[in-house]
Write a protein that binds this ligand. Structure first.
Ligand code: UDP
Length: 471
């Protein structure tokens, strides 16, 4: 009789911050549950994580490895040049992945691949090697369901639509009747998006259905209706979010002895925590547009004046590469002017966001509505003002304002008076009403990762199933 194989899971994230963080959380949780796990980054991101990561792996069962993404070291890997990255993933990186999996690097042999929902190369190579593959889409269920409906909308002539009448109601998304305007659909529905990108993300979505199961970083009580629609496509769904909260509950939230957040690709400026200590309770607006979104100088100045005019202290994350369309020197000098520390405002390159949101001085979150940020806001119970730009952000922000009612959506506008009005509404006039909904949703998120919570139970189920399919 053949010896049973030791389960060995390969976790393959898309090479970007918002994907690496939740997938590394999952890798740590699987290792903590006793499974052997290899987390496979690109060399480029592996180098950025490791110097501040643990000197030895966080668990003897978790290995952090890397392969090339096929791009030269000095490639910016920015949104503007994402097509080059996507092409390289499909070609050079896929070859490197195959090579990694058949070589000694993956000893004992990998018996299951968990591939990011936009890394179907993981499913392709798993199929070639007759290994089961599970898909992990790192964004919301409401957005994933919308993606699956897009081909029908195109067939019915509802898409594409002209971008000049974005306020027109959009009908036809099951479970969202009367809720959506054109501007609330994911950004790939807008005609300004390059057709190559549209095709790439739609092909990746369809490819997910070749996996034997689906993992989502959400929780049942938050997105039940959308999850029931997705259950018509996927027979085996594991909702195990908010993953960062589950990781903290399971004591794998932080690398031991270090204070950096799990999977952060940038050095966190912890001096902002000291600044927060000097601010009054629930007075500060925390502003962050995530790891990819860029803004023009005009937009930046509108936000700046709006925030200053509302009279609230604010902490703003402005990455070195956050300014769009300016020459580097000009952008650097503008950023250093804004970074002058004052009692009322603080600008940093990168913050320990989960800790910032948990700080008693923070009362509001001006966010781009990236899915991780949305979940982190919910867990911390901090109401949001949403300024979505790309991908799932447009639909997340609509759910934040109209379904969960835990924030306000200022989609597609950012003039200073709107910013000022939004902050006043969130922090004063509508505070009570929004905080009430937020307290309810936040409590549900906490329940979901408790010992008997749906996400904890689903993680247990996932571990069991991985052991089974690895036989
Ligand atoms: N983040 C952080 N520090 C910052 C800004 C962002 O640690 O100063 C983290 C944030 O906690 C979140 C991730 O970066 O986990 C951003 O992911 P999200 O899905 O919100 O947006 P994306 O970067 O993918 O657009």
């Amino acid at each position: 009789m053949e010896e049973p194989r030791e389960p060995h899971v390969l976790v393959l994230p898309f090479p970007a911050q918002g994907h690496i963080k939740p997938m590394l959380c999952l890798a740590k949780l699987l290792a903590a549950a006793g499974l052997r796990v290899t987390f496979l980054n690109t060399h480029h991101n592996h180098r950025r994580i490791l110097p501040r990561g643990p000197s030895s792996p966080p668990s003897s069962l978790l290995r952090l490895e890397s392969i090339s993404d096929g791009l030269p070291d000095d490639h910016p890997r920015s949104l503007e040049r994402i097509e080059e990255l996507l092409l390289s993933i499909k070609t050079a990186m896929k070859a490197a992945l195959r090579e990694f999996l058949v070589s000694k690097s993956a000893e004992p042999p990998v018996t299951c691949v968990i591939a990011d929902g936009i890394m179907s190369i993981g499913i392709d190579v798993a199929e070639e090697l007759s290994v089961p593959a599970i898909s992990f889409r790192t964004f919301s269920a409401c957005c994933l369901w919308t993606y699956f409906c897009i081909p029908t909308f195109i067939h019915e002539g509802k898409l594409p639509f002209p971008d000049d009448d974005l306020d027109k109601e959009f009908h036809g998304l099951l479970g969202a009747e009367g809720l959506l305007r054109r501007r609330d659909l994911p950004s790939i529905c807008r005609s300004a998006i390059a057709i190559n990108l549209y095709r790439y993300f739609m092909d990746e979505t369809i490819a997910m259905t070749r996996a034997c199961a689906l993992i989502l970083n959400t929780f049942d009580a938050l997105e039940a209706p959308m999850l029931s629609h997705l259950a018509t496509i996927f027979t085996d769904i594991y909702t195990i979010g908010p993953l960062h909260a589950l990781a903290v509950k399971s004591h794998v939230g932080h690398f031991s002895g270090r204070s950096e957040s799990v999977g952060s690709l940038q050095m966190e400026d912890r001096s902002c925590m000291v600044w927060l200590n000097s601010q009054a309770s629930r007075s500060v607006v925390y502003v962050s547009f995530g790891s990819l979104v860029k803004i023009t100088v005009d937009q930046l100045m509108e936000f700046w004046h709006g925030l200053v005019n509302c009279g609230r202290p604010f902490l703003w994350v402005l990455r070195e590469d956050a300014i769009l369309g300016e020459n580097e020197e000009k952008a650097r000098s503008l950023l250093s002017e804004l970074k002058v520390v004052s009692e009322r405002r603080r600008v940093v390159d990168w913050a320990p966001q989960e800790e910032v949101l948990a700080h008693a001085a923070v009362g509001g979150f001006l966010t781009h509505s990236g899915w991780n940020s949305t979940l982190e806001g919910i867990v911390a119970g901090i109401p949001m003002i949403c300024w979505p730009r790309i991908a799932d952000q447009q639909i997340n922000s609509r759910w934040v304002s109209e379904v969960w009612k835990i924030g306000l959506d200022m989609k597609d506008t950012c003039d200073r008076s709107t910013v000022e009005t939004m902050v006043r509404l969130l922090m004063d006039d509508k505070k009570e009403e929004i905080m009430k909904s937020m307290a309810r949703i936040s409590a549900l998120s906490s329940d979901s990762v408790g010992p008997e919570g749906s996400s904890s139970k689903n993680l247990e189920r996932l571990v069991k199933n991985i052991r089974k399919i690895c036989q």
